[in-house]
Design a protein around this ligand. Structure first.
Ligand code: HPA
Length: 274
C-alpha cells in the first residue's frame, strides 16, 4: 500500500498539504507553538487553553496509515488565554514501527508548515540517574541519537548546537525551579535496553533512555524551530531498576504523574506563548 510520504514525494510539500488540511479543518490559519504529547503528558491539552477544534489525525494528509494498524490519535487546535494558537499533537509515529523516518517526523514538519516557531516535545522515558524517581519530569538538555538514522536527506548539514534551547529551558525553570535536566539517548526499540546498553548510554554521557524524541528534534531544528524537550521518568532504566521493566509500569507511572506534569507543561507553554 502506498503512502503519501513514500518517495518520490517531497516530504516538505506533503507537510504543506497537511498544514492546509489543519487550517481548513480547524479554521485556524496559523499556529504559533506545537506540542507533541508523549506518555503521561496527555492531560496538558485541556489545561493549555480552550480547544477550538479536534481533528482525527487520519483526516490530515500523511498521517493516515493502512487500516489494520489502528489508532493514530488526534490533532487539536487550542487557544491560550493570551490568544495564541497551540497545535497539540496527540499522534506520534515511532521509529520502531518500521515505516521510515519521514513518517516519524511528519508531525513536526507539519507543525512548522502550520507556522509554529516553537516545538515542544514530550515523552515517557527511562532514567539512568539513581537520584531520579519514577514520576519525575526532567528537561532534555541535549541528545545522543543511537538509531543510526536521520530525518535529513542528502547532503544536508545542520548545526545541532543548542538544539534544546537554553532560553526555553530557562523559561521552564521559571515555572519550576526544581526541574533537573539530562541528555536523552534515543534507542531504536521497541525492546527496552539491556543493562549493558544502559551502562553504555551512561558511559557516553546519557541520562535518559527513550525511543522517540531525537529524530523529531533534528527535524524541528531543520525546520528552524526552537525546541523544548521534556521527559517524564516513568521508570529507572534496565539494570538501574532492581526489577524488570514492563510496559504496564511505564503506563501506570504516566497515569499517576499525569495531572501534575500536565499542569507544569501547560504553565510553561503559557509563558512561552506570552
Ligand atoms: N527505555 C526506553 N524507552 C522507555 C523506557 C526505557 O526504560 N521507559 C519508557 N520508555
Amino acid at each position: 500500500m502506498t503512502h503519501p510520504l513514500d518517495p518520490p514525494a517531497d516530504p516538505f510539500e506533503v507537510a504543506r498539504r497537511a498544514a492546509d488540511d489543519i487550517a481548513s479543518l480547524t479554521g485556524v490559519e496559523r499556529h504559533d507553538i506545537a506540542v507533541t504529547l508523549g506518555s503521561g503528558w496527555g492531560k496538558a491539552a485541556d489545561l493549555i487553553g480552550e480547544t477550538v477544534a479536534t481533528v482525527p489525525a487520519t483526516e490530515v494528509t500523511g498521517f493516515s496509515r493502512p487500516a489494520l494498524e489502528g489508532h493514530v490519535g488526534t490533532l487539536r487546535s487550542v487557544r491560550t488565554a493570551q490568544g495564541r494558537h497551540v497545535l497539540v499533537i496527540g499522534a506520534r509515529t515511532h521509529y520502531y514501527e518500521g515505516h521510515g523516518v519521514r513518517r516519524v517526523v511528519h508531525s513536526v514538519r507539519t507543525a512548522a508548515a502550520s507556522g509554529a516557531t516553537t516545538m515542544v516535545l514530550t515523552n515517557g522515558a527511562g532514567g539512568i540517574r539513581e537520584t531520579w524517581a519514577p514520576g519525575q519530569p526532567v528537561l532534555i538538555s541535549d541528545h545522543i541519537n543511537l538509531t543510526a538514522d536521520t530525518p535529513l536527506e542528502g547532503a544536508t548539514f545542520i548545526d545541532m548546537t543548542d538544539l534544546y534551547s537554553a532560553r526555553l529551558r530557562a523559561v521552564a525553570r521559571e515555572v519550576d525551579p526544581t526541574l533537573d535536566e539530562g541528555v536523552y539517548c534515543q534507542f531504536r526499540g521497541p525492546q527496552y535496553e539491556t543493562p549493558a546498553e544502559v551502562r553504555m548510554a551512561r558511559a557516553i554521557g546519557g541520562d535518559i533512555v527513550g525511543m522517540s524524541t531525537a529524530l523529531e528534534a533534528i527535524a524541528a531544528r531543520q525546520a528552524g524551530m526552537e525546541v523544548l524537550g521534556f521527559s517524564l521518568i516513568t521508570n529507572l532504566a534496565a539494570g538501574i531498576s532492581p526489577t524488570p521493566l514492563s510496559h504496564e509500569e511505564v503506563i501506570e507511572a504516566g497515569r499517576e504523574a499525569e495531572g501534575r506534569i500536565s499542569r507544569l507543561l501547560a504553565d510553561v507553554i503559557g509563558r512561552v506563548a506570552s
